[in-house]
Design a protein around this ligand. Structure first.
Ligand SMILES: [Zn+2]
Length: 422
């Protein structure tokens, strides 16, 4: 017994991550917070994956520290994307995708996690995947087995029978075989499915509150769950300390989700004034995912999507960006999400330019992916800023994102939880 334990301890010591050391980063400029201004040359000291200090100038590094020279660059907090699907790639055939094994999702997700990290995203929220796929990726990046961002994972989405998160477009006997077990009808069954997701390891509950563009369900983009079902989902999730993210396009579905206490509205495509007023009153976050429609736009009319999907896609593209403009006007808080997987992973930062085009300032756009996204996750004491005690999630760019946020489309260097991205 003892012998075996000693061997295990020795193996652990050898596997001790390289970041269990002091790293000193010399930056040309540091933007500590989206609300501040970039300062002059500064030194950031990282110990065991956490920021220990940020000081002006270049004091001597402690003995044995690894020194990283980024003196020509601006350092800022690692970016946060609240809506990605790491195990999906764009434009696949829905029949093939429905029958891929979950193991394949992990392979694809491993590649996409690295692409996402290299794009400067050090935290992502995985917005729906096969059972255990996102949970496996989450463990892989947390333990440093694979390079990638911190993953806040939903697992399979809850949906109504035949809804956007259900498998649709097949014969009923095929649906029965492909069923992931997360559809629900009525408040009681919906509460049960929230608890089941929690038991499986979900960090957040994802629901499809309305129809969706890329599923084969052909009843448009309006509301799906009843008010009672959504209230049950929100209350049950909150009782377990979990937040709820609701995929929602149609205005009445958005309004009902916000009224039920759901925490973030994903997409929010057709949000009208009535829906946004409820969101504002409830403190519900808008996560616009404008890049998703860019991904869809690029594939329309090419025989990639089925006719059912083409109709819904054209409806959604018509109003692209309006939810951002309206949310800002009515004071609804906005956080950054892209729906990566609907477009190619690694292009996530394209969202910034689209947000600015829809009316956000450069500073507001940067805040959506740092301080705001951290708040929406309830992780504002850990990520979204460069400050002592925060996770060492850092990126380096050339130029000043407050002058032009599109400089974030080219990230030169990334550190996530103290590990430098390969
Ligand atoms: Zn999505």
């Amino acid at each position: 017994m003892t012998h075996r334990w000693l061997l295990a301890a020795a193996a652990l010591a050898m596997a001790a991550p390289a970041w269990a050391e002091t790293v000193v980063i010399r930056a040309g400029s540091v933007l500590r917070d989206a609300g501040g201004e970039p300062g002059g040359p500064a030194t950031i000291t990282v110990v065991d994956g956490k920021i220990q200090s940020v000081v002006d100038g270049a004091p001597p590094a402690p003995d044995g520290a690894t020194v990283i020279d980024l003196s020509g660059k601006t350092l800022l907090p690692g970016l946060i994307d609240l809506h990605v699907h790491l195990s999906s790639d764009p434009g696949g055939d829905f029949r093939n995708e429905a029958v891929e094994p979950d193991e394949w999702g992990v392979v694809v997700g491993t590649r996409n996690a690295l692409a996402t990290l290299r794009a400067g995203f050090t935290t992502v929220r995985e917005a729906g995947s096969g059972q255990y796929v996102a949970f496996s990726l989450r463990r892989g990046t947390a333990e440093g087995v694979i390079p990638g961002p911190r993953i806040v994972a939903a697992g399979p989405a809850l949906a109504i029978v035949g809804g956007h998160g259900d498998t649709t477009g097949f014969r009923e006997d095929v649906h029965a075989v492909l069923d992931q077990g997360y559809t629900c009808t009525g408040a009681v069954e919906c509460a049960e499915k929230v608890r089941k997701a929690s038991r499986a390891g979900a960090d957040v509950i994802k629901i499809t509150a309305t129809g969706g563009v890329l599923s084969q369900q052909g009843r448009g983009l309006g509301a799906h769950f009843t008010d009672g079902e959504m209230k049950s989902i929100a209350d049950t999730a909150h009782s377990l300390g979990l937040k709820v993210m609701a995929h929602a396009h149609g205005a009445r579905g958005i309004e009902a989700a916000a009224a039920a206490g759901i925490d973030t509205i994903e997409h929010g495509t057709f949000a009208d004034e009535a829906a946004l007023k409820v969101m504002k009153a409830r403190g519900t976050w808008m996560v616009p995912t404008l890049m998703a429609l860019e991904g869809v736009r690029a594939r329309l009319g090419k025989g990639i999507y089925t006719p059912t999907v083409e109709v819904k896609a054209r409806q959604a593209i018509e109003t692209a960006g309006r939810q951002v403009t309206r949310s800002k006007a009515l004071g609804v808080p906005i956080a950054f999400g892209t729906d990566a997987g609907v477009f190619e992973h690694g292009r996530n930062a394209g969202e910034f330019g689209l947000m600015v085009k829809a009316g956000l300032t450069n500073r507001e756009a940067l805040a959506t992916a740092t301080t705001n996204a951290a708040l929406a996750l309830g992780m504002e004491g850990e990520i979204g800023r460069i400050a002592p005690g925060y996770s060492a999630d850092l990126i380096a760019v050339s130029g000043n994102p407050l002058a032009d946020v599109r400089v974030l489309e080219k990230v030169d260097w990334v550190m996530a939880r103290g590990r430098v991205a390969p």
